[in-house]
Ligand binder design. Sequence first.
Ligand code: FES
Ligand code: FES
Length: 137
Amino acid sequence: MAYSEKVIDHYSNPKNVGTLDKSSKNVGTGLVGAPECGDVMRLQIEVDETSGIIKDAKFKTFGCGSAIASSSLATEWLKGKSVDEALKIDNMEIVEELNLPPVKIHCSVLAEDAIKAAINDYRKKQGLEELVFEERI
Ligand code: FES
Ligand code: FES
């Protein structure tokens, strides 16, 4: 199967690979796995205390090219957004941007799930209630 140019670009030159300080209460960490293939993605956000804006985002993905490209793109999109805005990132936007074929849609789901898990971890650290998200098929 051919990867789109944008996937190849994000895959060969991924943005924001790395780790943020897990012990900070302003850092939320999401760790998710894809049941379809066993790939694992860790995505972290760092929220600015005063503005509530995500000032940094990093990821590490042990997985296929599409999963790496999806998380790279997600971290790019996260920076500069409020936590509420970040919650609205939909995996289908990633699919569209990267032109992912149907068999690779779950790779983008992994990125959306990782964002939501990171936000919930952040909320927990802030003493806020965790959000409940719809189960996916
Ligand atoms: Fe092989 Fe994802 S299925 S890396
Ligand atoms: Fe499973 Fe991409 S995350 S094939």
